[in-house]
Design a protein. Structure first.
Ligand code: SAH
Length: 352
């Protein structure tokens, strides 16, 4: 049988797994057993699913697969302990995930696409172009492979902030979320998972309406349409204004606080008028700001606008943050994690 046609079981939410088992003539409770083996026992060999009859194991081997990604390399940052993983897909593509330790929290940052179509000027992934969407199994497997290595309890949070734009791979992103937040999947829940988007306004609304109630981060980077368009071309299609309306709706529907990600670019979005605009914005929406020092993408040898971007000096970042805080806005400064292994925000890109 052609292996590419086999159903990738790791990407099926529990209800779909039950349906699949029903369709192949089995009782639906088998779906729950398989889900438990895959997601709680982290088993990726049908022969180890001991409570399944032998003929069912054989049937599953014939019709489905537990192989989605393969681990290629693991690199650990000497300075922060951040770990960067390189995984390959069955069709020979490469994607990266990153595990970020932070006190008693360990956050796994996962990818949703091979490359990215958005072309944000500050991001290395954008520079490598777009290859394809990941399947839900490929999204989930980034977690499963790492959890198997570290132990499941060692990964406390998941952020969709790796390569790609999750809301442009909407269906598979939602499927993967439904796998992760199923109450039968131990250790994970909606409030430990964050989706980060460059701002695909209609999909933000759709995500709110799924009822999944995961946390949402909007890559804001500027409150001014012209500046935002210059550094994030997607702003031409879905404007700042549309996205702000969408996240307001999201916050209201899900009763969650929005995170605004804000990468500090010297002279571009770190001016006093940017502070005032942020204050005005944050007063309208339950939110916090995540300030990110700009991580160099010089290793990609970029041209155009990208070549002109410089990080805001740290003293100015502190001043910027203090002014926001003195206006009662919650602001975090994100550490530059794993810069030495090009694993920090916006540095993920695989060169072929
Ligand atoms: N496509 C999604 C998720 C990927 S990026 C999104 O746009 O949100 C995760 C975060 O890192 C985003 O906020 C992104 O804007 C930011 N980022 C990208 N490149 C960066 C860089 N070179 N330095 C700092 N932050 C960067």
């Amino acid at each position: 049988m052609n292996t590419t046609k086999k159903i990738e079981l790791k990407g099926l939410p529990l209800d779909e797994l039950r349906i699949f088992l029903g369709e192949i003539g089995e009782q639906k409770f088998r779906g729950e057993q398989v889900f438990n083996w895959i997601h709680n026992h982290l088993i990726d060999d049908f022969d180890l699913m001991l409570n399944l009859p032998k003929d069912l194991r054989q049937k599953l081997k014939n019709l489905s697969t537990l192989e989605s990604l393969q681990r290629k390399t693991v690199q650990q940052s000497m300075s922060t302990g951040t770990i960067k993983y390189l995984n390959s897909t069955k069709d020979g593509k490469h994607i990266e995930s990153v595990l970020i330790p932070d006190n008693n929290r360990n956050t796994l940052c996962i990818s949703t696409q091979v490359g990215c179509p958005l072309d944000c000027k500050f991001c290395a992934t954008g520079l490598m172009g777009y290859k394809r969407n990941l399947s839900s199994a490929e999204i989930v497997d980034q977690y499963l492979i790492s959890a198997k290595e570290t132990g499941k309890d060692k990964i406390t949070n998941i952020v969709y902030m790796g390569m790609g734009e999750p809301l442009l791979n909407f269906e598979n992103t939602i499927k993967s979320l439904r796998v992760f937040i199923d109450e039968k999947n131990t250790g994970l829940s909606h409030n430990r998972i964050t989706i980060s988007t460059a701002g695909i306004a209609p999909k933000i609304i759709e995500l709110a309406d799924t009822g999944l109630r995961v946390k949402l981060a909007l890559s804001l980077h500027s409150c001014f349409e012209d500046v935002r368009t210059r550094i994030m071309p997607i702003n031409k299609k879905y404007s700042f204004k549309q996205n702000i309306e969408a996240v307001k709706y999201y916050a209201k529907q899900t009763k969650t606080r929005i995170t605004f990600e804000y990468t500090m670019l010297n002279g571009i979005n770190d001016r006093n008028e940017d502070i005032n605009a942020l204050i005005k914005l944050c007063k309208q929406i339950p939110s916090k700001i995540n300030v990110i020092p700009f991580n160099s993408i010089k290793h990609m040898d970029p041209g155009g606008v990208s070549a002109e971007l410089d990080p805001t000096p740290m003293p100015r970042i502190y001043e910027f943050v203090e002014k926001l805080r003195s206006n009662k806005i919650t602001v975090m400064i994100r550490d530059t994690q794993g810069d030495d292994i090009a694993a920090a925000c916006g540095q993920l890109a695989v060169k072929y």
